[in-house]
Write a protein that binds this ligand. Structure first.
Ligand code: FAD
Length: 302
């Protein structure tokens, strides 16, 4: 069996694997896609001490660093079940069952889709999820932001400084963002906020040319002409496969203590799949280190 088996090969998993392997214990890492979300990221300017890098380049460095150590890297493998027996068992989609004394869950998260016609079709053709990455592509154009929570309103404020006009579409009767963000948003001249708006379709030909929404009060459907749509309705943790084995909050995030320990002895977690309030590369790497040290501490006591 492994001493530490890491599930997930993003920044948190890579960090956890390196910290575990440096203790000289038997370490493995299973990843559906090594690199994780940073594989979809272009410019990164907030990975401290590196002024600018790009996601795939950082992912390659992570993999290179992990491979400096004696770590079993099992890439393109998806875990589908966790069970605590004497050891902790992880079953993969391919049927293999891996056993380990301690496990670190670092399966990350993904952007929530709005699930309307046009969204999938126009992804990267006007439909975007990351204002920091894609905002500049819409300079001088008109965009909508779907979602009036903190991330949607932050995105709208950010985009308003770049694009010609931003329409925020909020499903509920009121924005959900913190009031300081709402005040800031409403002070901007090129932003329109529409509440009670249910997005029904993202329209286009070869790229986005508009968005349709239903006014939930009147039932009337309206169409707005624009060039871009940013979907900002949340991040979903990749934790469904855990069933009810490990305690999670109502968002599905794994609840961890300050050592990265979960509700199951020997099972630790790190990064965007946990209830850490901020989801960033540098934060997920720090929590990966914490979880590995927590797991090592657990191993020497059990
Ligand atoms: P992830 O990166 O999500 O990695 C999860 C890993 O788990 C992947 O290897 C995945 O394949 C694997 N996995 C998932 N489920 C399973 C399973 N069942 N079995 C096996 N493996 C599984 N952060 C910044 O700090 N700066 C930025 O500029 C920045 N820009 C971003 C731009 C975009 C477009 C996106 C999407 C994110 C951005 N982020 C940025 C956020 C940052 O990428 C994340 O906070 C970070 O990647 C989280 O790392 P993680 O290891 O927790 O999870």
């Amino acid at each position: 069996p492994y001493d530490v088996l890491v599930i997930g090969g993003g920044p948190s998993g890579a960090s956890a694997a390196i910290y575990a392997a440096r203790k000289g214990i038997r370490t493995g890492i299973v990843a559906e896609r090594f690199g994780g979300q940073i594989m979809d990221t272009l410019g990164i300017e907030n990975f401290i001490s590196v002024k600018y890098t790009e996601g795939p380049k950082l992912a390659a460095s992570l993999e290179e660093h992990v491979k400096e150590y004696n770590v079993d890297v099992m890439n393109l493998q998806r875990a589908k079940r966790l069970e605590k027996k004497d050891l902790i068992e992880i079953e993969l989609e391919n049927g293999a069952v891996l056993k380990s004394k301690a496990v670190i869950l670092s399966t990350g998260a993904r952007w929530r889709n709005v699930g309307v016609p046009g969204e999938a079709e126009f992804k990267n053709k006007g439909v975007a999820y990351c204002p920091h990455c894609d905002g500049p592509l819409f300079a001088g154009k008109r965009v909508a932001v779907i979602g009036g929570g903190n991330s949607g309103v932050e995105a709208a404020i950010d985009l308003a400084g770049i694009v010609n006009h931003v329409t925020v579409l909020e499903f509920a009767a009121e924005l959900k963002a913190d009031s300081v963000l709402q005040d800031r948003l409403r002070s901007l001249p090129n932003v329109t906020v529409i509440t009670n708006a249910q997005t029904t379709e993202i329209t286009g030909t070869d790229k986005v040319n508009g968005i349709s929404y239903k006014d939930r009060e009147t039932g009337a459907v309206h169409h707005i002409e624009l060039e871009g749509v940013f979907v900002q309705i949340g991040l979903v943790p990749n934790t469904d496969w855990l069933g009810d084995t490990v305690e999670r909050n109502k968002m599905g995030e794994i609840i961890v203590d300050k050592h990265g320990a979960t509700s199951v002895p020997g099972v630790f977690a790190a990064g965007d799949c946990t209830n850490s309030p901020y989801k960033q590369i540098i934060i997920s790497m720090g929590s990966g280190a914490t979880a590995a040290l927590g797991a090592f501490d657990y191993l020497i006591r059990n």
